[in-house]
Design a protein around this ligand. Sequence first.
Ligand SMILES: Cc1cc2nc3c(=O)[nH]c(=O)nc-3n(C[C@H](O)[C@H](O)[C@H](O)COP(=O)(O)O)c2cc1C
Length: 150
Amino acid sequence: MIHQLVYYSRNTVPGGDRAMLTNMREILSISQRNNSRDGITGFLIFDKTWFVQILEGERARVAGTYDRIARDPRHAAATIVNVRDVPGRLFPNWTMGGAMRTPEVQEIYLQHGFGGPLDPTHLKSDQVVGLALDLQAFEAGRRHGLKLAG
Ligand SMILES: Cc1cc2nc3c(=O)[nH]c(=O)nc-3n(C[C@H](O)[C@H](O)[C@H](O)COP(=O)(O)O)c2cc1C
């Protein structure tokens, strides 16, 4: 069984798009290092206001990773939406997606009922997982397309 945790938090990164980009790059590189060491995968959805993250892995590793993340001053009020055991990983990689809502990505958000800005305080974990799975599939398709094109 794989342990899965879904939480949301408030993005407190000050500054504009540039600061946001720098922060997301830092989070991405440190997460890739730590998560591959710890067998953690998942998906991070974010915009200027919110983070919504799914973490999957061995139970104690997921808990340890979440505890570390929750103390990070780049966000606040981390709130767990759901924890559960799943038969296998739904997210085999560690990916993040969201801030750049291209028309294709916006279409996926719309299909899941997210027309405007995210409001994770009213989200159910199934909605988060469903949206993240479609974003993941889109990203995978795009990578495949790029590979073919290159
Ligand atoms: C929204 C958000 C998501 C994060 N996700 C992860 C993650 O998946 N894995 C991780 O190791 N750190 C993640 N971090 C970074 C951690 O909070 C923390 O900075 C990092 O784990 C510290 O690693 P270190 O002790 O190796 O320096 C995240 C931070 C934020 C703000």
